[in-house]
Design a protein around this ligand. Sequence first.
Ligand code: GLU
Length: 479
Amino acid sequence: MEKRLRLAPSPTGLFHIGTARTALFNWLYAQKIGGKFLIRIEDTDFLRSKSEYTENILEGLKWLGLKWDEEPIKQSDRISTHKSYIKKLLECGAAYRCFTTEDEISELRNEQKKKGLPPKHDNRHRSLSKKEIETFIAQGRTSVIRFKIDENIEIKWADQIRGEIQWQGKDLGGDLVLSRRAEGYEIGDPLYNLAVVVDDNFMNITHVVRGEDHISNTAKQILIYKALNFNLPTFSHTPLILNNEGKKLSKRDCVTSIDEFRDMGYLPEALSNYMAFLGWSPKSADGEILSLEKISEIFDLSDINKAGAKFSWEKLNWINSQYIKNMASKKLSEIMKKYWDDNAWVPPSQEWGYKLAILLRDSMILLKDAIDQSKPFFLIPKIQKEGQDFLENNDSEASLKLILNYLTEQNIIKLDREKAKEIINEISKIHNVKKGILMKSLRVAFFGSLSGPDLIQSWELLSEIKTDKFRIERCIKST
Ligand code: GLU
């Protein structure tokens, strides 16, 4: 039988990292077992669902490289089917009309609260006679459809992540509401637990992998599967992603939507690599920098932890920096070019752009770092306090003069890194100046401070755009 997994996002907000990680686990497992990965957009909350959120979710999945195998299904297109199944449940006596009013429900809640009991419906309309139903309708009462839940039933399933899970019927809050309120003999809009079962069955889903916040829903859904005579899929409940305080990661933790990660300069490969390890501990893996294809080969649901997974910026940043470090210069410089274009910085040649990408990729954590780190190559930076202090305290003017004279005397217009090294070595030998002083003085001249990328490679690049001499000269004048 074909193995089929799905992501069933509700388009009520931007693509959240929690949903993205659920998608990733589904996708990885589908690859691993040679199954299909499908999408169902659960857009039946008409007030909160928006088509731009659907687009955002699909775009985010594409960006992360999580391709789906069939045209996504929209739950809102299937409402009449959902209703026909509710009708079936009504007809076979597994469900019934409940006319309890909102006021009566709050009254019941208040009484339960006083007694310290959890909210639970008392199933008061389970066995209404036809006459009683007609009287309620004549009174203008609206009704929901409730699915009968046997108090004494025990629901068990073998969760692929958590092992055996058991629920008691009495702990499910009373008979389950399947549809919203409607007038007369109408059936109102179907609710989540019914729709999800009907749609998972329709899509022939064999494996449901979703967040642990759905565990009690699974217990309810299993009862609906059974009442409708549907084949049960296997269920797996993934741990939540937690913040530093051990609470569910939320908007308050700053960044949660996939867009924001992209805009901050995370690479999709790095983010999905990081997310895979967020709650998954493989028995054996060749390090932690692994492509999705590699991960899917060793991925198994049973290696997902039960405990919540703490989100770590440090780890994500490290993984991102590794991907940038290992990126081909052409690809990286194409990404960097977007930032250069935004700032109207024009590299003299494509080759120069590649070299700058190679030079900077070791020190970049986020793609956006390309802005600050490239800037001193395009705009001459001011000499900062630490640079000024160094120049004043180390007789740097003399060192820089020696370098400038060398360049002038030898008529060096453009140099490569070999030549740059040679110049430093020669001046150091001939004039008995420490190489360290020569290099640091040059660094201040080039970058205005004592930090920055590899000096020799930087010199080659600055020489190519003919700004090295000027940068040296300005320090000689200013000291
Ligand atoms: N629409 C539900 C959610 O976004 C999906 C639950 C499920 O996967 O069944 O939480």
